[in-house]
Design a protein around this ligand. Structure first.
Ligand code: AKG
Length: 275
């Protein structure tokens, strides 16, 4: 918001009711979209999220972090701090995807609602009609160190590999807002890895995880939990056919996808920390 609105508007945004009086439009993002516009299923690697619906209706499908292995995480297209699902939710159009073993929590936001998205919860978001919302991502200083190290490692792999890729492959590798990764300064990224590694090791030595159950907003009586939806299970034959269809060939992107997979990056970060 800070890039498009002036101070007077930025100061009208106020997250005080949720225990964050110091936050305003400067720390917020503005989302405007027509009916049907959607954000692919992903989770944010840092902190947690508060989303205020200002106009129109928006459907959120949320999945807890325990569902991660069923949602096929990938870093392609690469975008800093977003882990996408390989599952194409648009295949199901308006329906809630029928993905075996998952626990979808579906909620339709209407003006006046504020959604709390806990750390590492997956979300797919679709506008039911012309919609305006504002959100703020709130860092968790202690918890985010590890995520910053892992982000720097993914950036390292993507920046190095993208140097030698033809434009059409690069187009698939990078999210449009990360197009300059192919020309990124490699020394700077190396330094980022060094700094985040140092900070993570120092944070781990202190070992003081934040207790997010103590967040001010979670104790308010007007909180309504979003219940888990029951879904039919996928036919195993259909599931196998879809897997075969998705994994028919291996190309350069598949190799980069494997090297930047969150499970691999986690192991690399542990090895770098001497574990
Ligand atoms: O509203 C949207 O389309 C996406 C919002 C989102 O992904 C987020 O707030 O983390």
């Amino acid at each position: 918001m800070k890039d498009i609105f002036d101070l007077e508007v930025l100061q009208m945004i106020d997250w005080k009711a949720f225990g964050y009086p110091e936050r305003n439009g400067t720390d917020s993002t503005f989302w405007l979209g027509t009916a049907g516009a959607h954000t692919p299923c992903h989770y944010d690697t840092y902190g947690f999220n508060l989303v205020a619906q200002l106009a129109g209706r928006k459907r959120w499908i949320l999945y807890p972090p325990e569902d991660t292995c069923f949602l096929q995480p990938t870093r392609i297209p690469y975008e800093e701090s977003s882990v996408y699902s390989r599952i194409n939710f648009e295949k199901w159009a308006e329906a809630v995807p029928d993905i075996e073993w998952t626990h979808p929590h579906v909620v339709e936001l209407v003006p006046g609602d504020v959604l709390f998205v806990p750390r590492h919860w997956w979300h797919h978001v679709r506008n039911e009609e012309l919609s305006v919302s504002i959100n703020t991502w709130i860092e968790l200083a202690n918890e985010d160190h590890e995520a910053q190290l892992q982000e720097s490692l993914v950036k390292f792999i993507v920046a190095h590999t993208s140097r030698n890729l033809p434009t059409d492959v690069l187009y698939e590798l990078l999210n449009p807002n990360e197009e300059d990764m192919a020309d990124a300064d490699l020394d700077e990224i190396q330094n980022l890895v060094r700094c985040t590694l140092k900070a993570t090791s120092a944070a781990n030595r202190k070992n003081t995880p934040e207790d997010i159950s103590e967040l001010p907003l979670l104790s308010e009586p007007w909180i309504l939990p979003v219940a888990c939806s029951q879904l039919p299970r996928l036919d195993p034959e259909v599931k196998k056919a879809r897997f075969d269809e998705d994994h028919a060939e291996v190309d350069a992107l598949d190799v980069i996808r494997a090297f930047s997979h969150p499970r691999v990056i986690k192991i690399v970060s542990q090895i770098l920390q001497g574990e």
